[in-house]
Design a protein around this ligand. Sequence first.
Ligand code: 6GU
Length: 242
Amino acid sequence: MKFYILTLFPEMVMQGLSASILGKAAQRGAIAVEAVNIRDYTKDKHLKVDDYPYGGGAGMVMQAQPIFDAYQAVRERIGYVPRTIYLTPQGPVFHQAMAKAMAKEEDLVFLCGHYEGVDERVLEEIVTDYVSIGDYVLTGGELPAMVMVDAISRMVPGVLTNEESGLRETFEGNLLEYPQYSRPKVWRGKEVPSVLMSGDHKKIEDWRREQSVLRTKKYRPDLLKKADLTIKEKAVYGVNEI
Ligand code: 6GU
């Protein structure tokens, strides 16, 4: 999977995505990340990439030409019209199933906006998906792009080791993860739950499942409605059937 991130802040994106698991995955060639500097494509002699909005109002608007030319350079290089995501609070909210679906693409292009927005005409020309990462406003699309690249990369074969991908995951089955403990057995007077030291794998599995359901009920009751629960679990935990 190759990610192309069209941005005015290429260093920010590359720094954020070169550490830890994604950095190692890139070294192995499981993913590749390329930040494309929109400013490199401006035809303005002062390297300007924004201008005042027609009709007036606060702020500046990113102009169509540099963005379109940056996009075309990628498009010509890969030889087809790629899925192109514009990060905007006006899109549908990103979720795990979207990450999974996008991980199947060969290439993904992200357009990171700034200032008061992007000239609508270039969005109409190149964008295939409008995506938000949540109901709050950020100063630019870079952090959302990094969030999406992280979540999508984890779903690309070869990015996580066997052990990492074998972990039961939050949002698999719409349940939150159970609590984890490591040494020491007692820390600040707090003991590790004894069941985890019992060596009884069935009991441990049942306890973890119960903890997942209880946590989801407590912190994300909205998710619990969609969770894969057995009839018995629904009765025990008081989850209403439709
Ligand atoms: Cl994708 N972009 C910006 N600028 N703000 C956001 C967002 C995206 N998602 C939530 N807030």
